[in-house]
Design a protein around this ligand. Structure first.
Ligand SMILES: Nc1nc2c(ncn2[C@@H]2O[C@H](COP(=O)(O)OP(=O)(O)O)[C@@H](O)[C@H]2O)c(=O)[nH]1
Ligand SMILES: [Mg+2]
Length: 380
């Protein structure tokens, strides 16, 4: 891989974020290959390289489905022919100019639901505490996957609520699976632009620029191709030529991305972590607030207690308003409503209401959090 020589060797840290299945782990497997082999031909002749075990199916030139699997690691759980990263993990690469640490993370939009998403986000935050600075925070997206649905808004907003405003300067967007859109961001980029603009209308100030420096398009299908080929799958000459072109394109885009983040002032991770602690405190306080509110009906003397706790909670909320890219994720309630509706239908058939109750509890907790933050925004 080639880079513009900066003369000074830097240690760079890049965090990968995005929906499950968007291609974060494959992004890392691509990187090690692109670093080692400048062309697909070189890679074909060389040794197989992968860092993260992977499992996927591919159709060969005889239209037969072939399952390709490389490696095994308990951090990657293979479900329905796909692997899913269980906890954050860091991989280190030495490029000619830099040492690049890339942090792979479990995705948002986990099929195990919103509680798992929240748990994953906490795991990411505690993993980040080992790294004082982040040069790049990369949100991975697919070019034509932004059916401006609840899920897309939920994922983007959820990520932005966890990051400090200063991190805006380090945000980059990387489109995976981009060959089908000729390495252009497709419908997703305008959808994302619109989402950010709408958030800004609601008294938020999101300073994320979408331009050539911050938007990248890759397709790591050539990694899939390489692995399939090493497993003896045959492809037509036309397909090989396409994969060859996507390899070269991705090599260029990765180099451009690393060069860009090496010019940025790194984000101080502590700022983002402090924010996260404030958010957790609001959630922790929402339970006593709810309980005291209930008990107050019988014991009016509790009013003072309630006022004191609410005041603390409001201070945390003001802190979030001042410092978070997005102080709260308003889509979380729409998303939970959607899940609750689905679960209600299931309960009507099966009659087991345990999961429904859990979702309803979650909804109550998050609506309390949002209420506290919105109130603080209105009043302060
Ligand atoms: N065609 C194509 N497939 C990809 C690309 N990136 C990932 N995949 C496939 O998408 C699936 C999910 O990828 P994975 O890296 O596990 O996603 P993660 O959940 O974000 O880590 C796997 O089957 C990958 O082989 C890409 O750029 N192009
Ligand atoms: Mg993964």
């Amino acid at each position: 891989m080639y880079y513009v020589a900066t003369g000074e060797r830097k240690e760079l840290t890049l965090l990968l974020l995005g929906e499950t299945g968007v291609g974060k782990s494959t992004f890392i497997n691509g990187f090690i290959n692109y670093l080692q082999y400048l062309s697909l031909q070189e890679a074909k002749d060389g040794e197989s390289l992968w860092l993260i075990p992977s499992s996927f199916t591919m159709t060969d030139d005889n239209y037969e489905e072939r399952k390709i699997t490389c490696g095994h690691d308990s951090n990657e759980v293979f479900t329905v022919g796909q692997s899913a990263t269980q906890s954050p993990k860091t991989y280190v690469f030495n490029t000619p100019d830099n040492s690049v640490r890339i942090i792979d993370t479990p995705g948002i939009g986990d099929s195990r639901g919103i509680a798992k998403d929240k748990e994953n986000m906490q795991m990411i935050m505690s993993h980040l505490s080992s790294y004082p600075e982040l040069h790049g925070i990369c949100i991975l997206l697919k070019p034509n996957n932004a059916r401006l649905n609840v899920m897309f808004s939920f994922c983007i907003k959820e990520l932005l609520t966890h990051l400090h405003k200063d991190a805006c300067q380090n945000m980059i967007i990387c489109f995976t699976n981009a060959r089908g859109t000729f390495y252009k961001p497709g419908d997703t980029l305008p959808a994302l632009g619109q989402l950010l603009q709408d958030m800004n209308k609601h008294d938020q100030s999101i300073d994320i620029t979408l331009n050539k420096d911050t938007v990248y398009c890759v397709d790591n299908e050539s990694f899939r191709f390489l692995m399939a080929m090493k497993h003896g799958v045959n492809f037509s000459d036309k397909e090989q030529a396409d994969f060859d072109a996507s390899w070269t394109k991705s090599v260029d885009e990765y180099a451009r991305l690393v060069t860009h983040i090496s010019t940025l002032k790194p984000h101080t991770v502590k700022d983002t972590l402090t924010l996260n602690s404030a958010r957790r405190s609001i959630l922790d306080l929402s339970r006593p607030i709810a309980e005291i509110s209930k008990a107050i009906q019988n014991n009016i003397e509790l009013e003072g207690e309630l006022e004191a706790i609410t005041k603390v909670s409001t201070q945390f909320a003001c802190f979030l308003k001042k410092n978070a890219i997005a102080p709260y994720n308003d889509v979380v309630l729409d998303y939970l409503d959607h899940l609750i509706r689905v679960e209600e239908d299931k309960v009507a058939v099966r009659g087991n209401g345990g999961e429904l109750k859990r979702l309803q509890d979650l909804r109550r907790t998050y609506s309390k959090e949002i209420e506290v933050v919105q109130k603080a925004i209105r009043e302060h």
